[in-house]
Ligand binder design. Structure first.
Ligand code: PLP
Length: 400
């Protein structure tokens, strides 16, 4: 019993996940430990969540303190931690208002509801929202309907309608869609597609969408759930494009460093589309989650984590490019900051188990792309270690 493997043991959980036969029971910084005491370097951060690493002492302290003080009141009263978090999020993003939810998908639902309200306020009864191929926005019915992924939609029809899909990164296609459909009231886009294979929007794409949205009074809504909170070397990925501002933005994943939380941010005039009674959540914005989110932002500020992610990301990219320059099977190395993808010529899902056996946790998206999302606190030595193991795995796989 116990042991490194729970494969073969009966579990009464839904079969919704293919899980590696490993139980991780403890973490420290960028390190994770299994129930056999084996140590792993984390190059995934629980899918871009634990950006400050595991068992962070300051987060552990505020969690314990808040738990001993007050966990929940519901949104029938003012929640000072929620107001402070909204201020901090607006500060780092340049947006004006925040709705605090519990997850990414819920932040997306809020954004989609804003788009619908925006349409109805303009007298558009059958509005459409522009979305991209290969996008991922979450697993609730509306979020999976917005996603460009047949696998997560299969068997769940009828899907929520009102989405117009265009190829990601193709500004002409977006322009044609706007022209053909005056009822497009918003565009929902990831600045770098995460689940879609770590694909950065081509430069100028977001600015081009901004102009198209402006021409048609549509909202530019950016899904920064994976790219946000310093991951790409800025607080938010859209900030790599000088002068660009979205109307709506969703955040989640790293905001709570493991405590569930999500947020939908908006410009003042857009936020007003959801007045009292029009939207809500029981758990969202509770004192615990908000206190943690606030502490995450404070730590990231004090320790210049966005700048650190940029520098370590540059180093990771250099190491990967140097080590893989003449390796067959490597199609492309792409990404920004510490969100890096290595597209390979063939499906390589077995590489994540091989990495695990070498003490490194990675992830594969779209079957053929290694995705690296290490905690943003990794040092130079750990970056070199991640690159060395990944390079060795790829060489072994493609030079055999
Ligand atoms: C993870 C993710 C979501 C969904 O977030 P959940 O917290 O799993 O609901 C939405 N959009 C993007 C870009 C994501 O990476």
């Amino acid at each position: 019993m116990g042991g490194a493997s729970n494969a073969g043991q009966s579990s009464r959980l839904f079969d919704t996940y293919v899980r590696m036969p490993v139980s991780l029971v403890r973490g420290q910084g960028p390190w994770l430990f299994d129930d056999q005491g084996r140590r792993y370097l984390d190059a995934l951060s629980g899918i871009a969540v634990c950006s400050l690493g595991h068992a962070h002492p300051r987060l552990a302290e505020v969690i314990a303190d808040q738990a001993a003080t007050l966990l929940h009141t519901a949104n029938i009263v003012r929640i000072p931690q929620q107001e402070a978090l909204a201020n901090a999020l607006c500060d780092i993003s340049g947006l004006d208002r925040a709705f605090i939810a519990n997850s990414g998908a819920e932040a997306i639902e809020c954004a989609l509801k804003l788009a619908r309200r925006h349409a109805h306020a303009r007298g558009i009864e059958k509005p459409a929202i522009l979305v991209a191929s290969d996008s991922f926005h979450g697993r609730t019915l509306a979020a999976l309907s917005a996603s460009g992924n047949a696998a997560i939609q299969a068997g769940f029809g009828p899907l929520v309608d009102g989405f117009v899909r265009v190829p990601f990164g193709d500004l002409e296609a977006a322009s044609a869609a706007f022209e053909a459909n005056p009822d497009i009231v918003a565009a929902l886009i990831e600045p770098i597609q995460g689940e879609g294979g770590v694909r950065p929007a081509p430069s100028g794409y977001l600015a081009g969408l901004r102009a198209l949205c402006d021409r048609q009074q549509a909202l530019l809504m950016l899904d920064e759930i994976q790219t946000g909170m310093a991951r790409t070397g800025k607080w938010f990925a859209f900030q790599h494009e000088p002068g660009l501002m979205p109307d709506v933005m969703t955040v989640a994943k790293a905001l709570g460093n493991g405590i569930p939380i999500g947020a939908c941010l908006a410009r003042e005039s857009v936020a007003h589309l959801l007045p009292a009674g029009s939207h809500g959540t029981t758990f969202g914005g509770n004192p615990l989650a908000c206190r943690v989110g606030l502490e995450v932002i404070e730590i990231m500020r004090e320790q210049a984590i966005p700048e650190r992610a940029a520098a370590m990301g540059e180093l990771l990219k250099q190491e990967l490019e140097a080590g893989l320059s003449d390796v067959p099977g490597v199609v492309e190395i792409r990404g920004k900051g510490l969100m890096m993808g290595i597209e390979l010529a063939e499906p390589v899902t077995e590489l994540k188990d091989q990495a695990m056996a070498k003490g490194l946790i990675i992830n594969i998206t779209r079957g053929n792309t290694i995705r690296l999302l290490p905690p943003l606190i990794v040092d130079r030595e750990q970056v070199a270690q991640i690159a060395a193991i990944v390079i060795e795995l790829i060489k072994t796989r493609f030079q055999a």
